[in-house]
Unconditional design. Structure first.
Length: 240
């Protein structure tokens, strides 16, 4: 009975520590997103923060023309130098904000001006491309459903890579690591598979065409939790 009580107490401590760590990391990510959102909004960058998903959202119109994956490219007009410069300036402001704010939340090391509770918050940052589900014109005909999916997959991936490449030009971002020593930034694309809006109108399509920066929480075990786990293992009669 006493052994069972000791084991229950250890399990309760482990659960409490896990809950505390998860909630603490979520709170730290909320602080990160809040700082990024405030700074970018103050610099005229109309981004959207979605705390529950850990997302900083860049609407399509900040960077791309409809159906385009290159900065500054405009339908039926080609490259527009002014739009190219504007898009690069926006990404430069985003990159500078990431360089200044993210390191406090990525590394396990103490840094000047960083709160200790924010360390080791992030596992990674995904630059995600998303499209709407509208079809394309191919050789004067409408695309088939399969062609539409494939083209939207390709468009979202190319857009995500365009943003990723621009940000990688900033050496501090490209070199940024998480607490495990792995590179922090990566790229992914979802095409039309993760819509922000389920509607069929132009406003819904506009919301779905976007770049999301998704900040992934670290799942690394703290020293305190690992010590409790090390006590639970022999109590269960299992080998370490």
């Amino acid at each position: 009975r006493l052994k069972n009580e000791d084991l229950q107490n250890l399990l309760k401590r482990a659960v409490a520590l896990m809950r505390e760590e998860v909630e603490g990391r979520r709170a730290a990510r909320d602080r990160l997103l809040g700082q990024l959102g405030e700074r970018l909004q103050s610099e005229g960058l109309d981004v959207r923060i979605i705390p529950e998903s850990g997302v900083l959202r860049l609407p399509e119109q900040l960077l791309f023309d409809v159906g385009q994956s290159e900065l500054g490219m405009v339908n039926r007009r080609g490259l527009d130098p002014v739009r190219l410069q504007d898009a690069r300036h926006r990404l430069a402001r985003l990159g500078a904000a990431l360089e200044d704010i993210v390191p406090c939340f990525a590394s396990a090391d103490a840094r000047e001006g960083c709160a200790s509770q924010d360390r080791s918050t992030l596992e990674g940052v995904l630059i995600e491309g998303h499209s709407d589900r509208q079809g394309f014109s191919i050789g004067g005909r409408a695309s088939t459903p399969k062609e539409t999916i494939e083209r939207n997959d390709e468009l979202s991936m190319k857009r995500a890579l365009t943003v990723f490449k621009e940000l990688r030009e900033r050496k501090d971002l490209d070199a940024m690591r998480n607490s495990g020593g792995q590179r922090l930034f990566a790229v992914s694309a979802y095409g039309e598979r993760r819509p922000a809006s389920e509607g069929d109108g132009e406003e819904a399509f506009r919301q779905n065409r976007r770049i999301d920066l998704r900040f992934l929480l670290s799942t690394r075990t703290s020293g305190d939790l690992q010590r409790v786990i090390d006590e639970i293992t022999p109590a269960l009669g299992e080998a370490p």
